[in-house]
Design a protein around this ligand. Structure first.
Ligand code: HPA
Length: 281
């Protein structure tokens, strides 16, 4: 049998972090490629680089600075992950989702997952934001589910329900704040692929047929572990590029990072509106 993460490893990270922070976080945020700027909104930030935390996976990618930022975000005690690791970097799915387990152990009940994604839906343009209403767990269907392996019974059940991956109250709050601030907010289905190569035109036509609106290389494994933990999850994609359905355009990591600059202010406004609903929790 393969080896999997143990509670001891999770606890060593959770205990290390807990000793350094002044307030238990109510909400955790994971910031995707080019979206790290959102952490600047944290007040009285206390920073812990990933490489200081026992067992914590360290990202190797430009645009992912690799640190935790603790403090009040819009008045709510928060834990912000600037950067994440991906399956394509060589980490197993339980390593990719290790931070979510640590958040769970620290008592975090609310999670905001963000990512940079390519648009499959023809109505989306770079710089747009998409609210995830659901996802396609394509890698999981292929066998790479983060819950594969012995079930950690203290953390959740063997066969967790996935009927509501993204929280309906969070979705309603995001819709409301976007409307109020005249931000165009798409609602759609995100599909997670392993990467790191971008999709071929035929890949993209396939993804369109199966119902995907946006494509990326993260978020879904984290969502599954968070739902195993019964956390409430908000998912947001920053659309960084048009997916290349007819082979006429080229996708680069640079354009993914560039689009983040337009997206961060919109995401900040939406996340602020949702997080403010948690004040006093
Ligand atoms: N495909 C996959 N992942 C991505 C893309 C894309 O076009 N853009 C940003 N992340």
């Amino acid at each position: 049998m393969d080896s999997f993460i143990t509670i001891r490893e999770i606890d060593s990270a959770a205990n290390f972090i807990t000793r350094q922070i002044v307030e238990k976080p109510v909400v955790a945020l994971v910031l995707g490629s080019g979206l790290g700027g959102l952490a600047e909104a944290v007040n009285d930030a206390r920073i812990i680089p990933f490489n200081q935390i026992p067992e914590w996976p360290v990202s190797t990618i430009q645009g992912h600075s690799g640190r935790l930022v603790f403090g009040r975000l819009f008045g709510v005690p928060s834990m912000v992950m600037q950067g994440r690791v991906h399956y394509y970097e060589g980490y197993s799915m339980d390593r990719v989702t290790f931070p979510i387990r640590v958040m769970q152990r620290m008592g975090v009940r609310n999670l905001v997952l963000t990512n940079a994604a390519g648009a499959i839906n023809p109505d989306y343009v770079p710089g747009d934001v998409m609210l995830l209403t659901d996802h396609l767990n394509l890698i999981g269907m292929g066998g790479q589910n983060p819950l594969r392996g012995p079930n950690l019974n203290e953390f959740g059940e063997r066969f967790p329900d996935m009927s509501q991956p993204y929280d309906s109250l969070f979705i309603a709050a995001a819709r409301q704040v976007a409307q109020k601030h005249h931000i165009k907010l798409h609602e759609g289905v995100y599909v997670c692929l392993a990467g790191p190569s971008f999709e071929s035109p035929a890949d993209l036509r396939f993804l369109k047929i199966i119902g995907a609106d946006a494509v990326g290389m993260s978020t879904v494994p984290e969502n599954i572990v968070a739902r195993h933990a019964k956390m409430r999850v908000l998912g947001l994609s920053g659309i960084s590029n048009k997916a290349n359905l007819d082979g006429s355009t080229v996708t680069t990591h640079e354009e993914v990072l560039e689009a983040g600059k337009v997206i961060v202010p919109k995401l900040t406004t939406i996340i602020r509106g949702v997080i403010e609903t948690l004040a006093g929790e």
